[in-house]
Design a protein around this ligand. Structure first.
Ligand code: ZN
Ligand code: ZN
Length: 411
């Protein structure tokens, strides 16, 4: 057997689309010149992909789980754990994670400002240091600040159960008493309620809040949890596939998914913002550098999804041109021992302004592969290829076969 190749999966978030009136009925991919993506399609092998299943409108979280080879119907336990992981709070199986808001409340625990005047770091980080590691009835509370008023909470301990209701009333008014949806979760609900009460006790007179009040700002004096989810028992990707693996992504949720699946989450150069103005070529160079240390790299570019949500086909065409330049950076410095897959996690049609279940294009290339009849990278162009229509979970196995990394099945 020849030596094993490395694998790069480039996920262009929300890239797929439907026909746009503004583009004469074409999709942004069909309407944009993409010489480099077309080169990979023509010299490689192509198809279309239902990242979760035909007709399922995937979130970016469930679709990335699929692309990494997992079954999201089994492994996806709600947003809490993945959002916590996205801001660097990666739990262990059995931990219960919540998304939280810093809010302003009065002594009767009645919320008067759900976002505490959009409090932000470093105030939030300083406030959380008063809460991190708190012990309540045998459980440990771990907290981490996110962007603006957002934070994450993990409860760790024996016998916790994520089937509890939100403390967050989702509007101004009294903070809710969390309850167990099942009797086994009652204790977790009690611990959560006690956490909310103690967070107020610890932050009410905190120097940060005294300063905020003196400045005429609402104090960030309570942490209000919602969206409970248990950290799943996910077998780490590197262990399943025998490959060292990393992700190059700017968006917290994608970093969270990859982190929970056991990929190393790499820091990006500052010009890679994850937004529409992100420097994709710099991100590709970061991915290529990572491939010198890792067998497998997943790269995510968020910008096409943003253009789709904004219902802006012209912006999406512009983003696609720049993604093609990014593909050109790889084409120019293509390492002979690499398998690359260009695809998307879902479609985000501009006409819809949200994700759809339309299958996405995929093109896979490695020197010496079978060239097929597909020569244009688009929703329709890739459909001419010999991969056919696959599920997201099949991408990694197909790439691993091309990378000479799979054991023979049978004699
Ligand atoms: Zn997405
Ligand atoms: Zn989206």
């Amino acid at each position: 057997m020849s030596s094993k190749k490395r694998i790069l999966i480039v996920v262009m978030d929300g890239l797929g689309d439907r026909g746009c009136e503004e583009l004469g009925g074409l999709t942004p991919l069909q309407a944009t010149e993409t010489p480099n993506l077309d080169w990979f399609t023509k010299h490689g092998t192509a198809g279309t992909c239902d990242t979760v299943a035909p007709g399922v409108r995937p979130g970016s979280d469930t679709s990335h789980l699929s692309i990494l080879g997992y079954d999201p119907l089994r492994e996806y336990t709600g947003r809490g754990p993945f959002e916590a992981a996205g801001i660097g709070l990666i739990g262990r199986p059995g931990d219960v994670a919540f998304r939280c808001n810093f809010s302003t409340c009065d002594d009767s625990l009645r919320i008067t400002d759900r976002r505490a005047g959009r409090v932000d770091k470093p105030d939030t980080e300083e406030l959380l240091s008063a809460l991190d590691g708190m012990e309540i009835d045998g459980a440990e509370a771990l907290v981490r600040a996110g962007t603006e008023h957002r934070a994450a909470l993990i409860l760790r301990g024996e016998g916790l159960d994520a089937r509890v209701t939100d403390a967050d009333p989702h509007e101004e008014g009294p903070i809710l008493q969390s309850r167990g949806r099942v009797p086994e979760a009652e204790r977790t609900a009690r611990i959560l309620n006690e956490f909310v009460r103690r967070s107020y006790g610890a932050m009410r007179d905190h120097p940060v809040n005294r300063r905020r009040i003196a400045e005429g700002k609402p104090p960030a004096n309570v942490l209000v949890p919602r969206g409970a989810g248990e950290f799943p028992h996910i077998r780490p990707f590197p262990e399943i596939h025998g490959m060292s693996a990393a992700c190059v992504a700017g968006v917290g949720m994608i970093k969270g998914i990859c982190g929970v699946c056991g990929l190393d989450v790499l820091d990006l150069p500052p010009e890679c913002t994850g937004g529409a103005g992100s420097d994709f070529s710099a991100k590709m160079r970061a991915a290529m550098a990572a491939l010198e240390r890792y067998d497998f790299v997943l790269m995510n570019c968020k910008a096409p999804d943003v253009a789709g949500h904004d219902r802006d086909p012209r912006l999406k065409c512009d983003v696609i041109s720049r993604l093609d330049e990014m593909a050109g950076v790889l084409r120019e410095g293509f390492p002979p021992d690499l398998v690359v897959a260009f695809t998307a996690d879902h479609s985000t049609p501009c006409s819809l302004g949200d994700h759809s279940g339309d299958p996405v294009p995929i093109a896979i290339y490695t020197p010496g592969n079978v060239m097929d009849d597909a020569s244009v990278f688009s929703e329709s162009g890739c459909a001419h290829g010999r991969i056919g229509r696959i599920a997201g979970r099949q991408i990694v196995p197909i790439c691993m076969d091309l990378a000479d990394r799979v054991e023979k099945f049978g004699a």
